[in-house]
Design a protein around this ligand. Sequence first.
Ligand code: GDP
Length: 642
Amino acid sequence: MHVIGTAGHVDHGKSTLVEALTGINPDRLKEERERQMTIDLGFAWLDLPGGETVGVIDVPGHRDFIENMLAGVGGIDAALFVVAADEGVMPQTREHLAILDLLQIQGGVLALTKSDLVEAEWLELVKADLATVVQGTALAGAPMVPVSARTGAGLPELKAALEACLAACPSRPDLGRPRLPVDRVFTIAGFGAVVTGTLSDGSLAVGDEVELLPDGLAARIRGLQTHKTKIERAAPGSRVAANLAGVDVAQLRRGMVVARPGALKPTTLVDVHFRHLADAELPLKHNAEVKFFVGAAEVLATARILGGEAPPLGEALPPGASGWLQLALAEPVAVSKGDRFILRRPSPGATIGGGVVVDAHPAARHRRRDPDVIARLETLARGTPGERLLQSLEALGPASLADGLRKAGLDGEQAAEAMNEIRADASLAELEGEALVMSRAAWARVEADLQVALAAYHVAHPLRAGMPREELKSRLGQEFAWPLTPKVFNALMARANERELLVAAGASVRLPTHQVRFAPAQQALVDRLLAIFRREPYNTPSPKDCAAQLGAGGQGEAMLGALLEQGMLFQVSPDVLFLAETYQAMVERIKTQLRANGKITVAEVRDLFSTSRKYALALMEHLDAQGVTKRMGDERVLKRES
Ligand code: GDP
């Protein structure tokens, strides 16, 4: 599940491009919303050539454009950054770029729109200019695709570039603590309040009890939609519309956060690391009033400068400098450590910088320029030992705890602290004690990938008992960012088996819920075939005849395979099948005979069952191969009693 967001100067063709790509006119959706016809609003969704559907957040270009953009841009995976080929880079181009960079959006694609209006040489100039402008930002080196919504030129290339960009971007982790920053609120007649947002850090399901922060309102999720489709469960990273029971729409507003009850605590004081934009016009003064944007929330704040990097700290933080701020918020917001934020000057409105929340619940107002305070913030920003260990394990994939600690640069006391921390919040999944561990978040992704792979296999092969182990291994190997060695694969399978996520039986693996079921018409064919076997148990039809009896076009083979897998039929040679019970009885009779006489010939076996030499020979060769009998000239003797 991925979400892309548009950005770029007003009138550069964002909405037109979204419509050309998706066939959905964001403005028309807005009208629909006013008529309350759909709960998936202001957003479009795009089917990529590879089959993935991604959410598209388009920000219409009105005056308070940037502040609206900020409400939607937080959860996006990639930017569709638009620059009109005729106008080239404009002031808002730079401002949006700075915002994407401060929010550390992972990447994106640069679309040069309205390319039908310019000559080739002009286009080259705009491209060269744009390449310089994005240098050193999150979009440096992003592919540049000239497009025209008018002629359709470049649209397939743009989709391909977006697909490649998203393929490189990891899926959002499920940390078991869902947060939905609310960017829209509205009602649907007969259903009540609906909120939308981009879900992160966990999943939400219909029926979940939730809390709306900062107000602490209790609600229940009555319905969920993504891309206009009803769903039971929404995954992190997806665009979600949630219908809430137990609250009135008048109590809801943009900027609230939907979370599990008690999981998040609102705050009015946050410690942050801040980067002041180099092209900001003025220094940031101590106690300056700013607008703080985080998630979909916007709140006024006073910025206290705690300390900064060179140039030397005065009463203000100059443009281009970084530093530590404490923000005193005018109203409570629900934020978490690690959240990215933007600061803007209230009037005249301008983006001045942004950064990351380092402490969402600092104990008190800090003294300024206190080295202890700064040292503590630096440590917090770097992460606790436990967080650093988990980060390095995320990158390594399944590894030994010792390797994880080494990669995180933790030893001695810090290593012990890291261990205590991860034990305390059970954030580690042990595959083989300490020799092979992974983060619980990474394990959750493995679980999801396993289930998707097996479910897809069962749908494609309903008559097979399970997916061949090797096929599953190579499927999963393509999903993971780390190498899937046989040892690691076996350990993953063992854990999944233990946790009853799947059933690994011999060389095949299935979901516990999967069962081969014949359709009534198929069952009738099976019954007819088994009746033939019962009538003539020792003179049985060949596999080829059986398949032909069971159906044409591959169905017969698949059903015969299912009967063999289920153990109804038993195959003693490529040509000879028996009912399982017949086979058992034959083996027992032969053994009895051997125990009595010491030896047996193929002709004697043939006569014993009144069958033909073909069947008798196939059975005896099979028993030789099984190590039950041993051939000596024309006779067979018992090899061992089993
Ligand atoms: P937004 O403010 O960035 O969303 O821009 P719009 O999508 O509203 O487009 C602004 C104007 O540019 C509209 O008049 C569009 O018709 C026009 N426009 C958009 N894309 C193209 C294009 O590919 N070619 C031409 N010639 N005009 C375009």
